[in-house]
Design a binder for this molecule. Structure first.
Ligand code: SF4
Length: 329
């Protein structure tokens, strides 16, 4: 299929990925490769804004890349690289920060949220986060950025930065990215309340063994009103049922939908069935991951090669940006 343009997306290096990461981002990343030239970036500089220690940075980067590759991100089709390996992004960030009013940054709801979450670490980088994010997108002249509805303001922000820059320097060097709004399912954690997240330890890792997966699934909170096996349940309020809709066959989903409501099936049995479905669905991924992990150098080679390819694009953009600004090379 002919390429429609260039997609850019970044994710923090959070180590082994979980079901929420897969359903919310990775699955989409894999699918986009068929239609777009994709650039997938591990945004380690962004991660520094809230990181207390960097001791796991290398391992987390490796593990996340391994998951991406095992899930089907293909380095022959897409550029996969580490943000800090292309230092041009920090230069563009500095230049863009000059056309960004400070008030606009401090007014952003995401900034206010970060301040609430990290009141003792409101650093300069945190304020400039959206400018760095804009630099990421604009450096590679991405035409489309896949985002969930909640991230839409960030892309709008990047578009405004482009307009300010191009107006200030009377140029068309930077390109406004389009939002590719994607329906991102909200995947709850095993607590059945919060979004699946590593920091809340309510996640199920893609790379877990079948036994570990079963153990996590058995801990899942179900319909809180169903106390005894003989109580009828309500699958509509149960996260086990939500995951069945993703991982189990339509026949089984129908079966649970009926039997749960008349106490024809117990939660223990149903959770065992869910663990089996998840394990079956993830078996090919886990096989590929095990294969890839035999050669860690391959993963680092992919990142290095991706960094080289990304840098070529970035350097060309920076030649144009410097010229437009009037910086003397
Ligand atoms: S039977 Fe299944 S869907 Fe019904 S409450 Fe129990 S775990 Fe949830």
């Amino acid at each position: 299929m002919a390429s429609k343009g260039r997609v850019f997306s970044g994710a923090r290096p959070t180590g082994r990925q979980h079901l929420g990461n897969y359903l919310g981002a990775i699955k989409n990343y894999v699918a986009l490769q068929e239609e777009y030239d994709c650039i997938y970036c591990i945004v380690d500089l962004h991660a520094l804004t809230t990181m207390e220690t960097t001791e796991n940075l290398r391992e987390n980067t490796y593990e996340m890349t391994l998951d991406w590759l095992a899930a089907g991100i293909d380095p022959q089709k897409s550029i996969v690289f580490i943000q800090s390996n292309v230092p041009e992004v920090t230069e563009l960030h500095t230049i863009l920060s000059m056309v960004t009013p400070l008030g606009k940054l401090t007014d952003l709801p995401t900034f206010k949220e970060k301040v609430r979450e990290n009141p003792n670490n409101v650093n300069y980088g945190l304020v400039g986060y959206p400018v760095l994010m804009s630099a990421d997108i604009l450096l590679y002249k991405a035409s489309a950025v896949p985002v969930g509805v909640d991230q839409a303001p960030h892309i709008e922000f990047a578009r405004e930065v482009v307009r300010s820059f191009n107006h200030r320097y009377q140029t068309d060097v930077l390109v406004e990215p389009e939002m590719k709004v994607t329906v991102i399912p909200k995947v709850l954690g095993i607590d059945g309340v919060n979004k699946m997240s590593k920091s809340l330890n309510n996640h199920i890792e893609l790379a877990s063994t079948p036994e570990e997966t079963l153990e996590r699934v058995m801990k899942m909170v179900t319909d809180p009103a169903r106390i005894r096996r003989s109580d009828p349940g309500n699958p509509d309020v149960c996260n086990v049922f939500t995951l069945h809709k993703i991982f189990s066959s339509p026949e089984y989903v129908k079966y649970v939908d009926v039997e749960c409501r008349r106490a024809g099936i117990g939660c223990v049995e149903d959770k065992q069935a869910l663990a089996k479905s998840i394990n079956e669905a993830l078996a090919p991924f886990r096989e590929r991951r095990a294969e890839l992990s035999k050669d860690p150098d391959y993963v680092y080679d992919v990142l290095r090669e991706g960094g080289k390819r990304a840098r070529e694009i970035a350097q060309q953009t920076m030649i144009e940006v410097r010229q437009a600004v009037g910086l003397v090379s």
